[in-house]
Design a protein around this ligand. Structure first.
Ligand code: SAH
Ligand code: SF4
Length: 364
């Protein structure tokens, strides 16, 4: 790009500092913020409440730029998936899942993933790097552009919710994720309430408390197994932070209550973690946690070593939990036809792909 500084992803203080650096009064940051995040403006020339001089100065030094959209795919169920390109030629995916009159934007936090959960497509891709706050905010703004939701509507938004459930482990990129969500939650801008945001983690225990304290967003935990023995295999971070420690962090989560329960995600793997005894054990483990469960039918991807539990047995699992007093709805898979469903996201940069091809071409 131009070599000019991109303003997307700067916090309010940083924006003030930039203005000070070009000899402007820091309070102008408030107006600029409103243009960028409330109105969705990208060109300084159109920011008519700023004086002509300031607009020219801004245009000389800065840009307001979203990550590039490489492709946009639409599923036959209305799900949209964007392959998003970063300035350094990396790729991530963002997904929008519509309901009738609202919907959730599913956002990525890393290029690839630090971890390697055995049932997850993203986990087969090695971590390339953390996304910046601007790249995280930018994914949400791409969805906003797609629905033309500018200026930020007070109500009746299609992009009503956000789930940090895309590629990567958000709590291995906590600083940037917190920075991005703070921008997204700001009431003078994109203005998405913390009640409408859910962050999903595989269980990075030491970071969980901070999310509740600094953001107060909803928490989702990728549980997927009820014994350490099995969870060590499926979700390998369990070897570092076993189930008991994870559940302690959940009980202590500052933003949880009976009115705002923690979601436990549980992927249904045929013959692996789906017996009635495991449902009963889950109810026992969660008995003193404000919990609700989300059963996720396993989404297949090329090369996966698991199959999805057949529907009647998923229903049985759900009923067993219900009988023990736990809400356990079965998630309806969305966007499977464009590989946009949970755990199907994967992207590799053109360069990485070329490098791999070059490697394979080398003589033995
Ligand atoms: N890294 C974070 C955020 C990703 S969220 C985490 O693991 O929580 C994506 C959710 O989909 C997680 O609960 C993940 O465990 C689940 N998932 C991964 N692969 C899946 C698959 N193939 N089918 C269904 N769910 C999957
Ligand atoms: Fe990473 Fe989450 Fe996939 Fe595990 S499930 S590999 S933590 S994205």
């Amino acid at each position: 790009m131009s070599g000019k500084t991109n303003l997307i992803g700067l916090g309010r203080d940083e924006l003030s500092a930039e203005l000070a650096a070009i000899g402007e009064k820091p309070f102008r940051a408030k107006q600029l913020w409103h243009w960028i995040y409330h109105r969705g403006a990208r060109e300084f020339a159109g920011m008519t409440t700023l004086g002509g001089d300031l607009r020219r100065k801004l245009a000389e030094n800065y840009v307001v730029a979203l990550p590039e959209i490489i492709t946009e795919q639409r599923s036959n169920d209305g799900t949209r998936k964007w392959l998003v390109g970063t300035e350094d030629d990396n790729r991530v995916e963002a997904v929008y899942i519509p309901e009738e009159d609202r919907g959730a934007m599913c956002i990525s936090s890393q290029v690839g993933c630090t971890l390697a959960c055995t049932f997850c497509h993203t986990g087969t891709q090695k971590l390339v790097r953390n996304l910046t706050a601007g790249e995280i905010v930018g994914q949400f703004m791409i969805g906003r552009d797609s629905y033309g939701e500018w200026p930020s509507p007070k109500e009746g938004r299609m992009l009503s919710n956000i789930v940090m459930m895309g590629m990567g482990e958000p709590l291995f990129n906590t600083d940037n994720v917190i920075k991005a969500l703070t921008i997204i939650m700001d009431g003078d801008g994109l203005s998405v309430s913390k009640r409408r945001i859910t962050l999903s983690t595989s269980g990075v225990v030491p970071e969980i408390e901070r999310v509740g304290r600094e953001l107060g967003v909803g928490l989702a935990i990728s549980l997927h197994a009820v014994t350490d023995e099995l969870r060590d295999v499926l979700v390998p971070i369990n070897r570092k932070y076993p189930i008991e420690e994870l559940l302690r962090a959940c009980r202590d989560y500052p933003a949880a209550s009976n009115a705002r329960r923690i979601t436990f995600e549980y992927v249904m793997l045929d013959g692996v973690n789906d017996s009635p005894a495991e449902a009963r054990e889950m109810a026992r483990l969660l008995k003193d946690v404000p919990a609700k469960i989300n059963l996720i039918p396993f989404n297949k991807w090329p090369g996966a070593i698991y199959d999805c539990t057949p529907a009647p047995r998923i229903r049985k699992f759900s009923e067993t939990l219900n009988d023990l007093g736990l809400s356990a709805p079965i998630r309806v898979p969305r966007g499977r036809d464009i590989l946009a469903a949970c755990g199907q996201l994967k992207s590799e940069s053109v360069r990485a792909h070329k490098a791999k091809l070059a490697d394979t071409a080398l003589p033995a």
